[in-house]
Design a protein around this ligand. Structure first.
Ligand code: ADP
Ligand code: MG
Length: 450
């Protein structure tokens, strides 16, 4: 093989895994879950690379498709220079040995009827090591290396704690002397008190066995403890890739900042300074347009011609979203407005609608519900909102939708940012565009503040 140690041991390029979304019998494919939607990174021998992001963002799918436990639907993975999708069966078998995976739940990875010794020896048997004495010697050595004792060999899985089982899982992965370990949430199922111990053990084993490690976690604390480099993943994509230290000291992407501020810190002065991440990860079969994070981003860039503080702008965006997806229910607005204003609703036939309540009252209620003041600093924004409120008070939801869409369109929603390299780190965010699409300059790194 022509691979040299100075080259990356693994190169992942535009890796993609889409799952077909079927509409049931006969209706065929109605969409695609874009679980992993084009991620790229290199990893060098001996390095620990982390992938972090909320549940459902595609981390596990990234792991299983980069080692072909599942077939990727696009992109390339090279291991020691060679494309793993071109492997013949012998090469694939060797690859499966060289790259071992560790899973979250240590319980499900052990057969309760098989002794620990047999479990750890199993991969050796698969590999064709028929000498029992030799196998036992290796197993004994491995168990001690992971902090257990050789005599544990004869015991059964239920006799061990979760942390011990994860140690045994590591021993079993190491039995075949792999180059790479892919650990998917390796400590998430464990008590916080023993998480560090296992991470520490992984570090020691990495040194001792010259391992390359890919760690996946939803927990930035875990990533911080063991990774050299980190990719932050959101809805199937990487939004920021940086050295661990740089990422934690100086996060560049608003999503990274939001994740970081969610880490509990012992120092109360640092607590709660950051922004809170609201809502769930959107549906990966219909990701938001433009920047996929814009629906939850606390730093969405306001339209170029509007002078709005970030907090007011957020409220305007929320309001627009409620109108857009019709979660704003005009009937219930009318009803609350009627109650608030003490309007006698007894003589109204059937349900109350906006036409039963004076427009002014409806608008007051709309402003109140959506946290929108009567006067915004920006006159254009004021006019737009007034127009939309009038339309809503007349029951014209569609008209209001159009009004809001036209005036409150942002670059974050319109254009997908590209993961670009700057000073050794990669970020995909319009706050980092030097020049916006209409040619005006943006002050990078300076979200609009109050
Ligand atoms: P994570 O590990 O970050 O929690 P996953 O990789 O498990 O995320 O899932 C990413 C997305 O892909 C989720 O929306 C999940 O529902 C979806 N998904 C995972 N596996 C499948 C599958 N076999 N078929 C369809 N969708 C899937
Ligand atoms: Mg997962």
């Amino acid at each position: 093989m022509s691979w040299s140690r100075s080259e990356p041991i693994m190169q992942i390029e535009n890796l993609e895994k889409h799952y077909p979304l079927s509409g049931g019998l006969l209706s065929g494919e109605v969409g695609r879950v874009k679980a992993v939607d084009g991620i790229s990174f290199d990893i060098h021998e001996g390095e620990t690379f982390g992938i972090v992001g909320e549940s459902g963002c595609g981390k596990s799918t990234a792991a299983t498709s980069m080692i072909r436990l599942e077939e990727p639907t696009g992109g390339q993975v090279r291991y020691k220079g060679k494309d793993i999708t071109e492997y013949d069966s012998t090469e694939l078998k060797r690859f499966r040995r060289n790259v071992q995976m560790i899973f979250q739940d240590p319980d499900s990875s052990f057969d309760p009827r098989m002794s620990i010794g047999d479990a750890v020896a199993e991969p050796l048997i698969v590999q064709g090591m028929s000498d029992r004495k030799k196998r036992e010697a290796i197993v004994a050595d491995l168990l001690e290396r992971v902090g257990l004792s050789a005599s544990d060999m004869a015991r059964y899985p239920h006799e061990f704690s979760g942390g011990q089982k994860q140690r045994i899982g590591l021993a079993r992965a190491l039995a075949v002397n792999p180059d790479v370990i892919v650990a998917d949430e390796p400590v998430s199922a464990l008590d916080v008190s023993i998480q560090s111990e296992i991470l520490q053990l992984m570090k020691e084993l990495q040194e001792a066995f010259n391992l390359t490690i890919i760690v996946i976690s939803h927990n930035l604390g875990v990533i911080r403890e063991i990774c050299d480099r980190v990719a932050v993943m959101y809805l199937g994509e990487f939004v920021e890739v940086a050295n661990s230290e740089e990422l934690f000291n100086d996060p560049q992407h608003p999503y990274t900042r939001a994740l970081l501020s969610a880490i509990p810190t012992p120092d109360p002065r640092e607590r709660g300074l950051g922004v809170e991440l609201k809502g769930d990860v959107p549906d990966p079969s219909a990701p938001p347009s433009g920047c996929r994070f814009h629906t939850r981003c606390p730093e969405v860039i306001p339209p170029e011609n509007l002078e709005l503080s970030q907090s007011v702008w957020r409220d305007v965006l929320h309001f627009r979203q409620r109108v857009r997806d019709s979660t704003l229910n005009l009937d219930s607005v009318a009803e609350t407005a009627a109650v608030e204003e003490g309007i006698d609703t007894d003589d109204i036939d059937g349900d109350i609608s906006v036409s039963d309540v004076p427009a002014e009252t409806v608008i007051t209620q709309l402003r109140r519900e959506n946290n929108l003041p009567t006067e915004l600093a920006d006159s254009t924004a004021n006019e737009t909102l007034d127009k939309a409120f009038d339309q809503l008070a007349r029951g014209d939801l569609e008209g209001a939708k159009e009004t809001l869409e036209e005036s409150f369109m942002t670059v974050c929603e319109r254009d997908a940012p590209v993961l670009t390299e700057r000073e050794g780190r990669q970020v995909s965010c319009h706050l980092h565009d030097d020049v916006t699409t209409d040619g005006s300059m943006l002050e990078a790194d300076q979200p609009v503040s109050d």
